[in-house]
Ligand binder design. Structure first.
Ligand code: FE2
Ligand code: FE2
Length: 249
């Protein structure tokens, strides 16, 4: 495991990235958390439980960990939220926030304090101009409880496992992220292919994000909508392959 690299990908939004060469070797794999700094700091992804000391140290280089107010993540899996209770233990004000499915099916039981339930489209005002909108993306790319968050002032979409790619590389790219995402899908088959996948991703494109924060891969700076639309097209293509009766999009 290599040292965690911190990069400000948008004004007040920090990517904490740990490259793990052993995962998906020989290419390796990144695990990224995102810290959105307002009066009420928000952490998107906690990292796996065993990575907690590393992530806590990285967070402390940006903000005092005990000041954390919100903990949220793409969906309930170890790399997304494995250390949420460690965070709740050190940050007295912190609360896990997620959509209705995650809260009712998972977090009411798994989180050590009651979660804060977010409606689809609900905004958390973090102060200092930072507004984080939560969006349900069920089963996209996987997990019933899946969701993403969009920081409105910077047009930054923290898109969780969408666009997952292997390898290290730069913190921020303006290059192609769709080709590497398709290669990642071919390698891992991590997505829950479903008939709504293309439309769910196209709905995210309407946000016109200027920055995409990938959980596993670089952050992308540029036309986020175009990248999302191309990814949606690829998933529709895959869907037609497994459901040849499905109408062409
Ligand atoms: Fe995942
Ligand atoms: Fe992940």
């Amino acid at each position: 495991m290599e040292p965690t690299v911190i990069t400000e990908i948008s004004d007040g939004i920090f990517r904490l990235s740990t490259f793990v060469p052993e995962v998906a070797a020989p290419a390796g794999f990144t695990f990224n958390q995102f810290l959105v700094i307002g009066d009420d700091p928000l952490l998107f992804h906690t990292g796996p439980r065993r990575m907690f000391p590393l992530v806590r140290e990285a967070v402390s280089r940006v903000v005092a960990p005990e000041r954390l107010r919100w903990i949220t993540f793409g969906h309930v899996e170890a790399d997304e939220c494995g250390s949420m209770n460690e965070w709740l233990a050190i940050a007295a004000q912190a609360q896990v926030a997620h959509g209705a499915i995650a809260c009712s099916v998972q977090l009411t039981d798994l989180a050590d304090r009651p979660p804060f339930e977010l409606a689809d489209g609900q905004v958390i005002d973090l102060g200092r101009g930072k507004r984080v909108r939560y969006l349900d993306t069920p089963h996209t790319p996987h997990a019933w409880d899946a969701g993403v968050v969009f920081e409105e002032s910077t047009a930054t979409l923290l898109c969780g496992d969408l666009f997952t790619q292997v390898g290290g590389g730069p913190a921020v790219t303006t290059g192609d992220i769709v080709g590497p995402a398709i290669a990642g899908e071919e390698m891992f088959h991590y997505s829950s292919l479903n008939p709504n996948m293309g439309s769910t991703i196209r709905q995210l494109a309407t946000l016109a994000p200027r920055t995409l924060g990938l959980m596993h891969g670089p952050s992308f700076s540029g036309d986020g909508a175009a990248a999302l639309l191309a990814l949606a097209d690829d998933y529709d293509r895959r869907g037609r392959q497994i459901r040849p009766d499905a109408a062409a999009a």
